[in-house]
Design a protein around this ligand. Sequence first.
Ligand SMILES: [Zn+2]
Length: 347
Amino acid sequence: MSRTAVVLTALTLILAVFLPGTMLLVTAEPTVHRVPNSKAISQNFITNTNSGSFSSNGGVGRGFSTRIALINFDDGYKSQFTNAKPVLDKYGFKATFFIVCNFVGKSAKQMNSTSIVNFAGKGVEQMTWTDVLALYKQGEMIGSHTMNHLRNMTNMSDSELNYEIGGSKQCLVNHGIPTTTFAYPFENGKDNVTVVKKVSQDYTYARSGNYPLMFLSCDHFSKKYSRQADCRTYLPSGKISYANRYSIVGWSHDYDRIAYFYNDKQMLNRFIQVVSGQDKYNRPGQSLDAIPIIVYHRIDNSGAQYSTTVSFFAEEMKYLHDNGFKVINMAALVYNNVTNSLNFKNS
Ligand SMILES: [Zn+2]
């Protein structure tokens, strides 16, 4: 990165942290753009860092008897296959990988083409279809992250939306990979009635960001974002609710590290706070409401903004394993139309 770029990035991040209110982060970023202000973040900071674990003798659904976590990878980077997958396998963890269909198989050079959107994955090698298919066959979930990872879904024509949303599902199917789950590039469109309607026609669930915990009853988010009592998609006003089955809220691991300049030690503390945050809301064996959905991007030693080093990723996965967390695949999600809440099916 050039010196000018470093200075600009630093200035942007300083603005992102200190300007009041929710603001748009200007740097290219693949998953989440909106960050709560520092006050909101501190309110969301979870103080219970007890690293002990509950008994993990199985059980899912409302009576889940242990702490749980979900792991997501966005944008289809090759490093997710070469570096993250072996760590997941070591612990038997299953994750969800959100793939951009037209990017699959592209080399770093091809990803640098002018036809590729300007985002954090520009110039970064992608997985091949062989890689993606191998993940799928080994029990990982594959989700759609559109055809081209464009920024402006809220301004697209009907046919463009059909291509990016429905077309990307068909693209996966054409490669032997059925999916029910979608993720919004740049979070764009998650609160737009037209976009959400399209997403709901082709998918059962969709993921957005950015909050440390997802609440299965969509009921405990900061009042600044949501005053929902359940996960109904539409508010009485006709607008889209903050969290619902088409806006399942993930936590961008990389975004927090960038926004708060965390070193690895600070980031690990933050990680532990986030994944342990469920203790405040869940009663093991009785009720489950809060789950962290951890969103990663690159897992490599590039030092890029949206990259987690291989050793640090391994340290975080080890933490989950050693502390009795059960890592659940998003494929286990179910929606209850009567209570308007999410849950996990028995596995
Ligand atoms: Zn993305």
